[in-house]
Design a protein around this ligand. Sequence first.
Ligand code: KG4
Ligand code: ZN
Length: 335
Amino acid sequence: MKILALESTCDETSVAFLNGRKIEKNLVYSQIKIHRKYKGVVPEAASRAHSEKMAALLKKITANSKKPQAITFCRGPGLNGSLIVSAVAAKTLSEYYAIPLIGVNHLEGHFLSCEIENDEIKNKFKFPLIVLIASGGHSELWLAENYGIYKLLGSTRDDAAGEAFDKTAKLLGFPYPGGPILEREALKASKKDFSFPIPFVREGFDFSFSGLKTAVAYKLDGKKLSIGFKRSVCYAFQEAAVEALLKKTAQAAEKYKVKQIAVGGGVSANGRLREAFTSYFKGKNIETLFPQKKYCSDNAAMAGLCAFRRLEAGEFKNCVSVNADLKIESWRKKC
Ligand code: KG4
Ligand code: ZN
């Protein structure tokens, strides 16, 4: 099965071409330069940039490629104006080629990315497993019982983990997106002489990061921000954020007695998080899966992967032309 995949949920425009399990192409155009001057993503500028870039990327990816047999796009969650760009392009192409159109969930894509190895889809999951999604817009814990069968255990009550990294970096005067920069600066910290309280919601599996952000703001209040001090703040913030994610994931793993944890979303690129999760769960005989670094941030290959699993399950067997799965809504509402 040859799948053409599109992604434009936030600030990356991406198209991918999958031939069976092989990700033959995965082109990503990042809008970081556009949003950096505003210190965050500007929705109107994002949708404009997607609409300017999408056609060029599609032209590039379809040149010398065979005709796709299915087309897929992330129909949410994301910024409304940005989502429409992929939806319209994918719908148009599916009509033109007379092939099925498969709308998939962006967060499921982040999770399934853990199964990509050397640009190929492998079977790595041992269901049931616990999934942690930590991105710029979401922090969620799921119990995954099989492909497409996910139970939401908890989510953030305020900021997402990536958002907390970005906002803390912004307070420190670092450019957008703050996550990777904050990690880099934390590594350079020489003084580790203070810590922040670990944000923790007592009941259930929800997260909360706004208190940590406020604790950082109080710490900075009235201080001269030397680079050494900023690095110490980055280190202490990262330790607290990682510990908060780890604690709830560990509770979920223990409750559901799983043998695997899968972590997806932009924050899963964080080296400290990878190290902390891997060493903690190794001690519990639980395997931790992360996507390869290049598949941590938004990309279209992960949409292709979601479609691959649904096609494999026989979902679109008798669908000869267009599947009108176009509504941009949470797939959770649908299930
Ligand atoms: O999944 P993603 O690419 O986009 C969304 O779906 O939101 O995640 C982007 C988020 C940003 O908040 C970014 O700062 C964060 O992921 N991020 C990181 C790292 N790399 C990206 N956060 C912490 N450490 C990193 N190395
Ligand atoms: Zn994402």
